[in-house]
Structures are given as structure tokens and as C-alpha cells.
Design a protein around this ligand. Structure first.
Ligand SMILES: NC(=O)c1ccc[n+]([C@@H]2O[C@H](COP(=O)([O-])OP(=O)(O)OC[C@H]3O[C@@H](n4cnc5c(N)ncnc54)[C@H](O)[C@@H]3O)[C@@H](O)[C@H]2O)c1
Length: 254
């Protein structure tokens, strides 16, 4: 067990389940204290004094500010930010109420924007420094039918991340993206455990050159790398963690 994140404080949105839970566990196992902002509290962290959960909606700017204030009051500051919380409905464009489109953008794009802004204001007031990792998806570049709002909102996060890398780089703040492919979160989430049928899972695995679904800890390892000191010269990058599925049209075998 390393102590790479000893004395660091992180805020992880969506940290109660799935990839966010894995990221939170990995960070605390390497010495960090983690504030979670999530719609629900996880029993997994109930007795962990290094995890503090603020229950609330990342789409509400006041809630985001309250979450930062709560974590800062407890541990003195926030050094690292991971934006993981997301809404991901499956709806065809012809059927999608505009309210659903707006909600996805409020959670994914605006929620990430307000968290990054609040974090940046906090870090700048402390003289700069810090790291942001935003979680997007391979769908941002290779979307699927019924995923329009999700993919478009994640593209918006990638563009926002590039802008932030330029605006915050001069203040010593790194901003990067981790773009997962298909990650099997069964056993890691109470949020939406049965989101994919067995048939869909099999088709997803068939599209992965490495031949297996990703695991939540695969994402956590990539996020921790980008949050760590050895990634000090990386900013404005998108790190795909997808078993090679974004490399090209793997289904077009000769
Ligand atoms: N699992 C995958 O295969 C996969 C693939 C690509 C990208 N991703 C991305 O990884 C991230 C995590 O996905 P997951 O599979 O772990 O999802 P999940 O649903 O298991 O967990 C998401 C967490 O975010 C929280 N959340 C959702 N909306 C919120 C809101 N408005 N405010 C606060 N918290 C909110 C949920 O309560 C939950 O704890 C998402 O950004 C998702 O787009 C996942």
C-alpha cells in the first residue's frame, strides 16, 4: 500500500457507487481523505472516517458549493477533484422530451462546470495548484443510438476540460479526462445494477480488442495516475481506458 495521497483531500462526485466508489476506495487506500457528493450515501463508507458524504444533486450549484464548504470545514481544503456523477438515459431522439435532454446537460455538463469552477476559485484563493479529472466515455467520440444527450454532454465535458487546461494551467492546476469504455460495475453499484442485459454485455465485450470488460479498479488506477505527482506535466489529455475498443472498427475483421 503506498501513501501517494497522504495529506491530500479529494472531492469525488458520484463517489457512492460504481466507478466513483472504486476511485474513492483507491484514494483512501493510498492515504487521501475523500468528500463525496452523491444523490445517495453508500453503506460501504459508513464507518470510514476518511470519507465524508454530502447527499445532494450535482446539478444544483448551491448544493455543490455546500459540498465544498463542508469538506473544507472538515479537512481544511480540497486538493483534487474528480467529476464522475452522471445521468445516462436510453432514449431515442424522436421520443426524448426536451426536459430529459436538459436534465442530462444539467447533471453532466453544468454539474461538472460548477464543480470545476468552485474548485478553481478555491484553489486560486490558496495560490493555485491542484488536479482535476473529469470522467467522460468512449461514447463522446463514438456514440450509440439512444445515447444522444449522454454522448453530447460528455463531449461538452471534454471541450470544457481542454478550455480549463488552458485557463488553469498557468495556476498550476492540471485538468484531464478519463474516458472509460465498457466497465462491468456489477457488485459495485446499487444505483443501477442491471443496466445491461446479458446479450448487450456479450456484444459489448465482443467490441473490445482485449476481449474482456473493464473493471472499476481499471478506471480508478488511471484516475489516480492523473491525480498523482508523476503526471505533473500532463494536462488537457484524454486517457481512454477501454481495452482498445476506441482504436478503430474492431468488428470489421478480414
Ligand atoms: N460503467 C461504464 O461502463 C461506464 C462507461 C463509460 C463511462 N462511464 C462513466 O463513469 C461514470 C460513473 O458511471 P457508473 O457506471 O459508475 O455509474 P453508477 O450509476 O453506478 O454511479 C454513478 C453515481 O453517480 C451518482 N449520481 C448520479 N446523478 C447524480 C447527481 N445528479 N448528483 C450527484 N450524484 C449523482 C449516483 O447516485 C451514483 O452513485 C459516469 O460519468 C459514466 O458516464 C461509465
Amino acid at each position: 500500500m503506498s501513501d501517494r495521497f497522504e495529506s491530500k483531500v479529494a472531492l469525488v462526485t458520484g463517489g457512492s457507487n460504481g466507478l466513483g466508489r472504486a476511485i474513492t476506495q483507491a484514494l483512501t487506500s493510498e492515504g487521501a481523505r475523500v468528500g463525496i457528493l452523491d444523490l445517495q450515501e453508500s453503506e460501504v463508507f459508513a464507518n470510514n472516517e476518511n470519507v465524508l458524504t454530502v447527499v445532494g444533486d450535482v446539478a444544483d450549484p448551491e448544493t455543490v458549493r455546500k459540498a465544498f464548504d463542508t469538506v473544507i470545514a472538515r479537512w481544511g481544503g480540497v486538493d483534487l477533484l474528480v467529476n464522475d456523477a452522471a445521468a445516462y438515459p436510453n432514449t431515442l431522439v424522436v421520443d426524448m422530451p426536451v426536459e430529459e435532454w436538459r436534465r442530462v446537460f444539467e447533471v453532466n455538463a453544468s454539474g461538472t462546470f460548477v464543480c470545476c469552477q468552485t474548485f478553481a476559485q478555491h484553489r486560486l484563493a490558496r495560490g493555485g495548484g491542484g488536479k482535476i479529472v473529469n470522467i467522460t466515455t468512449g461514447s463522446a467520440r463514438s456514440p450509440r443510438p439512444a445515447g444522444s444527450a449522454y454522448a453530447a454532454s460528455k463531449s461538452a465535458i471534454e471541450t470544457l476540460s481542454n478550455t480549463l487546461a488552458m485557463e488553469l494551467g498557468p495556476h498550476g492546476i492540471n485538468v484531464n479526462v478519463v474516458a472509460p469504455g465498457y466497465i462491468d460495475v456489477r457488485g459495485w453499484t446499487e444505483a443501477f445494477p442491471d443496466r445491461a442485459s446479458d446479450d448487450l454485455r456479450a456484444r459489448l465485450v465482443n467490441s473490445i480488442p482485449l476481449g474482456v470488460a473493464g473493471r472499476p479498479m481499471d478506471i480508478a488506477h488511471a484516475v489516480l495516475f492523473l491525480l498523482s505527482d508523476v503526471a505533473g506535466h500532463i494536462s488537457g489529455a484524454v486517457l481512454a481506458v477501454d481495452g482498445g475498443s476506441g482504436a478503430g472498427r474492431f468488428g470489421l475483421q478480414p
